[in-house]
Design a protein around this ligand. Structure first.
Ligand SMILES: [Zn+2]
Length: 344
């Protein structure tokens, strides 16, 4: 009913892992993974709704030109997980669907911390996690799934909202050492190496985009550190792949992690677009600032093809924005936030 008002000219879909569903009750990062079956269904639903799946390059050109093209969709994957090559790529190749992978170079080099997965593992494997918060040692009980979920949320809130990005990594390194999680080995099992990134990049169906070197929330860094981390990632990709990447994705990408200052930095460096995780479809208004494009997250907790149809109407995002606006006036958390959780 709302579609005529809220539907845009296109949509950029955001995904992370594509792999078979895991068993186990404690899966705090489940929103970041979809199954290969759902990926296939989602592509079919997008096409059945009359959207053509095109490359990010073409989409940015169409958005800027405002040309009256039929509706289009772009598929994107953040971080550079190995399952993008091993699981998603064969499916998208078969379906001839172009896609973009935003690569965090520090993860390819095994020097950047996959802190959200390290934290999941630490909490999964322990009955209690001793954690120093604001100089005070706290033992957090993690013996049941409910306790593990609460513990995960509490530590993530602390790491992403209360301490700076550099302290966040120090804390994660200390916790990983204490609980025997090898961060480099974890990245080795989860992330592509350079040969694998090159293999993907060699297919014209695939666009590689930049996603910083260290996966910091840029808005939480000072201006020169933000620029340095973006530049380092961009240069490494250029050296390893032999060409400069034109598109960028903000790590985390929600309002606390993205700022107009960073959009200026990216424009100045020479990127032609950057995508956020702010939920929404592409509308003509986005042409004014291709450095702040919204995306539609395919949330692993709601893997229902019907939801793809709903997302494409744009209505859930208009409702989300309205609910956020209303909730902010009453100081309450909007019920919609569970559909649009923080991503990585
Ligand atoms: Zn990311």
């Amino acid at each position: 009913m709302m579609a005529p008002l809220t539907q845009g000219c296109g949509a950029v879909f955001m995904m992370h892992h594509v792999r078979p569903a895991r068993t186990g009750d404690f899966q705090p990062n489940a929103h970041l993974e979809i199954t290969p079956e759902f990926l296939r269904l989602a592509v079919e639903r997008i096409r059945a709704n009359g959207y053509e799946i095109i490359s990010l390059d073409e989409a940015v050109d169409l958005l800027k030109s405002g040309y009256g093209h039929h509706r289009y969709a772009v598929l994107t994957f953040d971080d550079g997980y190995r399952d993008n090559l091993e699981v998603a790529y064969p499916i998208l190749k078969e379906l001839q669907a172009p896609f973009t992978v935003f690569v965090t170079t520090g993860l390819v080099e095994r020097t950047t911390e996959l802190w959200w997965l390290a934290l999941e593992r630490i909490i999964a494997e322990n009955e209690e996690v001793v954690f120093t918060q604001a100089g005070e040692q706290n033992g957090i009980s993690c013996s049941t799934t409910a306790e593990k979920n609460t513990c995960f949320e509490r530590i993530v809130d602390y790491l992403t909202l209360e301490v700076g990005e550099l302290d966040q990594r120090k804390i994660v390194r200390a916790l990983s050492e204490k609980y025997g999680v090898d961060l480099a080995a974890l990245a080795d099992t989860q992330m592509m190496n350079w040969d694998e990134v090159r293999e993907l990049a060699s297919d014209p169906l695939v666009t590689i985009g930049a996603h910083t070197h260290s996966h910091y929330a840029l808005a939480r860094l000072d201006s020169s550190s933000a620029r340095a981390d973006v530049t380092k990632g961009m240069k490494l990709l250029e050296n390893e792949l032999g060409r400069r990447q034109k598109h960028f994705a903000y790590p985390y990408g929600k309002s606390h992690a993205v700022s107009l200052r960073d959009a200026d930095i990216l424009r100045d460096i020479g990127f032609s677009s950057s995508v956020t995780t702010l939920p929404g479809v592409l509308q003509s208004v986005n042409a004014r600032d291709p450095m702040m494009l919204p995306r539609v997250s395919l949330n692993g907790r709601f893997q229902d093809p019907a939801i793809v149809d709903q997302y494409l109407t744009g209505a859930p995002f208009a409702l989300y924005r309205a609910a956020r606006w209303a909730a902010s006036g009453f100081g309450v958390r909007s019920g919609f936030s569970r559909f649009f959780p923080s991503t990585r």
